[in-house]
Ligand binder design. Structure first.
Ligand SMILES: [Zn+2]
Length: 158
């Protein structure tokens, strides 16, 4: 059967898949896997299609690029060119992140966000990620519902 040329939406889809499988996420995945953690990828029925999920722990993990998610860190600067375009786009991303997070918490999931700058700054080594999750396993029965890992360390929220 001859294959039809990719439609625009399929092309966008493929680009999205490629952009998802880029570096910080792969580092997180491979170190967790090597440490014996098993997860699902891009669980489609959950808000925001989390990058990784640990269904047994009802924990969703996002690996965020500091630029695309407008992280308040030294790796993010508002672009000078097409400033208005970027302001709208990145502000919408931040809004969506906020909604996704509260939807997941509302569905009784816990949410871990790993920012690109955690690893990129060298403040975290790849093997620190599974070590964090080993600790998080203990915290999962506690009051903290979400955590952010970045170059600044870990922030927990209820
Ligand atoms: Zn950052």
């Amino acid at each position: 059967m001859a294959e039809a040329p990719p439609t625009q939406s399929r092309r966008n889809n493929m680009a999205a898949i490629r952009s998802r499988d880029t570096n910080p996420e792969m580092t997180v995945r491979s170190t967790l896997h090597a440490a014996g953690w098993r997860y699902r990828l891009h669980t489609p029925h959950l808000p925001g299609r989390p990058d990784l999920t640990f269904p047994r722990y009802r924990t969703a993990v996002f690996v965020h690029g500091c630029f695309w998610h407008a992280h308040d860190c030294r790796y993010f600067k508002w672009p000078q060119a097409r400033a208005e375009f970027w302001k709208q786009k990145l502000t919408a991303n931040v809004e969506r992140d906020r909604t996704v997070r509260s939807d997941l918490l509302g569905q009784d999931w816990r949410v871990v966000t790993i920012w690109e700058c955690a690893l990129r700054s060298g403040n975290w080594q790849p093997e620190d990620i599974p070590a964090f999750f080993d600790m998080w396993r203990g915290w999962m029965s506690g009051t903290f519902r979400s955590a952010d890992l970045s170059m600044y360390g870990v922030t927990f929220c209820k």
